[in-house]
Design a protein around this ligand. Structure first.
Ligand code: ADP
Ligand code: MN
Ligand code: MN
Ligand code: MN
Ligand code: MN
Length: 348
């Protein structure tokens, strides 16, 4: 059967990479193809900030796929790495660096990641549902709110959530956020049938979930904005809290000692983490609005003003996961995971 495969990759825009995609017509794929069944494909790197015009051909290498919930059964979303013509990873290919870190030893601790993606729906140049002049009432009633003056854009959010489920993306939950028209969805740390997944797959799923959000937004003329601080003033910025655990953290015998050791390692590398955690972080990490100031490092149990939060339940049970609250909404999950793993596994 003749079907469509949407090849998705990250461009070379600085400092924030954006999604690109193009459609390959595929014929005769089985109902559960191997990723190798999708052919490699070239593209024009001079139009994506990835190569000079004179020598512009780059390669898309399919690395994972999910079902395409927009086009329907038999069509696929195919995540690709960008390769140079000699087959080496392109410099914009942070997924390849995460893979190297996993191969260098980080995979041995069986890391699990869960990302909380915050975003704001925009209608033109203002958040969806905001008055044409002035502002909505101050923050307070909107987080996890319900009702026509509490949340804006539910229809889009519902459609996106169902699309992620239909795709087979490891979506974990969604909620309305603190600023009106701000929302969150979580991806990871394992699939609904309880299989855990490696950090590469979780990163792929987050990028494909973002792609779906932008794609569905096309049908409404509404843009999901991942800016760290889309509206200046007394309005929450958008983050990408990153929850993670390793085997020794999840073990009742070694859990708390490992968590304490990791937090010390994370503190030492604070600035290196900030450098990988996205654009415009200084506007969001102010010490207000449930953040810790950008050049400070704090950890604490149930502390939403900390850089690293130990969830209350984890402290009570003595093992589990921790939350890195620093990454911004626009950060690249491959880079976040790579930085965390290099730090806690002491690989640099
Ligand atoms: P918050 O209270 O910070 O808003 P959420 O419920 O939005 O928390 O998100 C919690 C996140 O923690 C989810 O993304 C989930 O996948 C992740 N998570 C839960 N347990 C673990 C674990 N053991 N290891 C890694 N991530 C985990
Ligand atoms: Mn062409
Ligand atoms: Mn959350
Ligand atoms: Mn949130
Ligand atoms: Mn959180």
């Amino acid at each position: 059967m003749i079907k469509q495969a949407e090849y998705i990759w990250l461009d070379g825009r600085q400092p924030t990479q954006r999604l690109r995609s193009k459609t390959r017509i595929v014929n005769g794929l089985s109902s559960s193809p191997a990723v190798e069944d999708f052919p490699e494909w070239s593209f024009d790197g001079s139009s994506t900030y990835q190569s000079p015009g004179g020598n512009s051909d780059l390669l898309l290498r399919p690395v994972s796929y999910v079902d395409d919930p927009v086009r329907g059964a038999g069509n696929y979303l195919v995540m690709c790495e960008v390769m140079n013509e000699d087959g080496s990873p392109h410099e914009s290919n942070h997924r390849a660096r995460l893979r190297e870190t996993l191969e260098k030893g980080a995979a041995d601790v069986d890391p699990w990641f869960g990302f909380e993606q915050e975003y704001v729906l925009f209608d033109g140049n203002r958040p969806l549902g905001w008055p044409e002049n002035g502002y909505p009432p101050p923050q307070g009633p909107f987080y996890c709110g319900v009702g026509p003056n509490q949340v804006y854009g539910r229809e889009i959010v519902e459609q996106h959530t169902q699309a992620c489920i239909n795709a087979g993306i490891m979506i974990y939950g969604i909620n309305a956020e603190v600023m009106p028209a701000q929302w969150e969805f979580q991806v990871g740390y394992r699939s609904i049938n309880e299989e855990s997944a490696d950090p590469l797959t979780i990163g792929d799923h987050l990028w494909m979930a973002r792609w779906l959000l932008f794609r569905i937004g096309e049908d409404y003329g509404v843009e999901a904005v991942l800016h760290s601080k889309p509206i200046q003033g007394d309005w929450n910025g958008s983050g990408q809290h990153t929850n993670f655990s390793t085997k020794p953290m999840r073990d009742a015998k070694t859990g708390m000692a490992t968590i304490e050791k990791y937090i010390q390692l994370l503190e030492k590398k604070h600035e290196a983490h900030i450098a990988e955690y996205g654009e415009g972080l200084d506007q969001r990490l102010t010490g207000l609005h449930e953040t810790c100031a950008i050049h400070e490092f704090k950890s604490g149990v149930a502390d939403r003003g900390a850089s690293i939060r130990i969830p209350r339940q984890v402290a009570n049970e003595g093992h589990g996961y921790i939350e890195d609250r620093r990454p911004g909404a626009n950060a690249n999950p491959y880079r976040i995971a790579n930085r965390i793993l290099k730090t806690v596994c002491e690989l640099d």
